[in-house]
Design a binder for this molecule. Structure first.
Ligand code: ZN
Length: 147
């Protein structure tokens, strides 16, 4: 990744951490998953509306460190209006990247977020919202905890 792009992505992550998008509980939704990372204290709730095979709305609320909030915010922004199979594929990509199972991909700014793989405790922050979405698209109606 070239240095200019890296700087831009870094700034985006900071911005999403400070001013999360898709934030707040919606009035209506079809799925709601709570996610908790006791190691850091991140506590998020992910809300989704799935119509047929499409995720038509994705929002979250809660409190957490900048990495967990930025990751949830970018995930909601990027995966809203994707089909469940597409979302599953993106999820797999991102989780493989963050845990170091894959080297690079075409995930753009999310690839920068994967820089946390050098800090194992931070991986749980970056993947918290993604595990909640994983439960939604795989039909598991259970809260997520990283422990
Ligand atoms: Zn955290």
């Amino acid at each position: 990744m070239n240095p200019e792009l890296r700087a831009l992505y870094q700034e985006m992550i900071l911005d999403h951490g400070r001013r999360p998008r898709h934030f707040g509980a919606p009035a209506e939704y079809t799925h709601r998953i709570e996610a908790y990372n006791p190691l850091c204290g991140d506590r998020l709730t992910l809300y989704a509306t799935v119509e047929g095979e499409t995720i038509t709305s994705l929002q979250f609320e809660g409190e957490g460190c900048a990495i967990s909030v930025a990751s949830a915010s970018m995930m909601c922004e990027d995966l809203e209006n994707h089909s469940c199979p597409q979302a599953k594929q993106q999820l797999r990509h991102f989780l493989d990247l963050v845990t170091g199972r894959a080297q690079s991909s075409d995930l753009g700014r999310l690839e920068m977020l994967a820089g946390v793989k050098a800090f194992p405790s931070r991986v749980k922050c970056a993947t918290l919202a993604w595990h909640a979405l994983e439960n939604i698209v795989t039909g598991v109606d259970e809260p997520v905890t990283t422990e």
